[in-house]
Design a protein around this ligand. Structure first.
Ligand code: 2U9
Length: 340
């Protein structure tokens, strides 16, 4: 029996020196010391031994097992150290190498312009209001003095969810909701996405951003409208911008106007951007129509107000000299990375 044990130990030592991974070590341990291991076989065969031999063999086997288990523990330790060393060697970081620059995002030109405009009006004491993009026909049209058969409906090609619900075509519904929930004085702007089923081309997108504004109080006049919008444009494009107003018509304002500003590219000389005009159209505006005030529960005999609106995309294109609105929505990094 001792020879048998020595033979096991010999073979064990040979295999121990030959192995190089903890998996091989575990395999050796199981085969020699495991439940079905070689020593277990011997212990099972102890039945065939004499009563005085059994304790001797038992002792021999346990000593041998402890000896081999000790060897396994020390080899396991050294294998773990070796694995760490190899890992460390392979993971040496050459700190002199430049780091991998993670691409930094940047603000989208639309959001840059939106924030600049919001800050200008916040400085002028305006609040910023938001509202639902899926809107009731009443708030998008009726309350704005655009009854069912009004041509303006046609002009604004509308996405109808059903005959009572639309995707808003302008942010004016936000003003109506504000008028219903807030008593004058009201000074607010409503920025946000609007939807029109226009065909996509260099100046039209079915989804675009608008900013509209509204001021309602006692004694508000067209002079307040001109002063406020002239100041806005000067803060937005520069103090040398001159503004002028051309009569226009909107169902929700009376009188109405469109406001032009000197082209900030050629400063009035006339260029490609302003098509030689020296001026470019910036926004639409007007005194709030008394019918709209009434529908909003405001007495036009006591209160008056002005309103304005413009396409944020269009103003962003004017500001950055962008000639195709699709660039603002195609997320092409070659275009967007210019705005970091
Ligand atoms: C209320 C009363 C009046 C909002 C106004 C405009 C003029 C205007 C156009 C700009 C470019 C739409 O995106 S666009 O095509 N809008 O010119 N919007 S006055 O008038 C209101 C709004 C709400 C209660």
């Amino acid at each position: 029996m001792r020879e048998q044990i020595d033979a096991i130990k010999l073979k064990f030592n040979e295999r121990l020196t030959a192995l190089s991974t903890s998996e091989e070590l575990e395999k050796l341990r199981v085969e020699v010391l495991g439940k079905k291991g070689e020593f277990t076989q011997i212990l099972r065969s102890m039945g065939s031994l004499s009563a005085e031999e059994r304790p001797l063999v038992g002792k021999l086997v346990n000593e041998a097992k402890e000896e081999l288990e000790e060897k396994i523990r020390s080899v396991k330790e050294s294998l773990k150290e070796r694995a760490t060393d190899t890992k460390l060697k392979n993971e040496v970081i050459d700190i002199t190498l430049p780091g991998v620059k993670s691409p930094m995002g940047g603000k989208h030109p639309l959001m840059m312009t939106m924030e600049k405009i919001e800050n200008i009006f916040l400085e002028m004491g305006f609040t910023i209001e938001e509202g639902p993009e899926v809107e009731l026909d009443y708030y998008n049209f009726e309350a704005l003095n655009i009854p069912k058969d009004h041509p303006a409906r046609g002009e604004q090609d509308t996405f109808y969810i059903d005959d009572q619900v639309v995707l808003r075509t302008q942010t004016s519904p936000v003003q109506i909701r504000t008028i219903e929930n807030q008593k004058p004085p009201i000074k607010m702007i409503s920025p946000g996405k609007v939807y029109r089923s226009d065909d996509v081309d260099a100046t039209h997108s079915p989804i675009f951003y608008q900013i509209e504004g509204l001021v309602i109080d006692k004694g508000i006049t067209f002079a307040d409208l001109k002063g406020t919008l002239d100041l806005f444009v000067k803060k937005m494009f520069g103090d040398d911008i001159i503004t002028k107003f051309r009569p226009h018509h909107f169902p929700f304002t009376e009188p109405s106007a469109e406001m032009d500003g000197t082209c900030f590219v050629c400063h009035g000389e006339g260029c490609k951007v302003c098509k030689g005009e020296g001026f470019m159209e910036l926004l639409g505006c007007g005194m709030v129509h008394p019918e709209v005030l009434k529908k909003g529960g405001i007495d036009p005999e006591v209160y008056s107000g002005f309103a304005f609106g413009f396409g944020l995309d269009r103003m962003t294109m004017q500001k950055f000299g962008i000639d195709d609105i699709r660039l603002l929505y195609e997320s092409d990094m070659r275009f967007l990375k210019q705005f970091k």
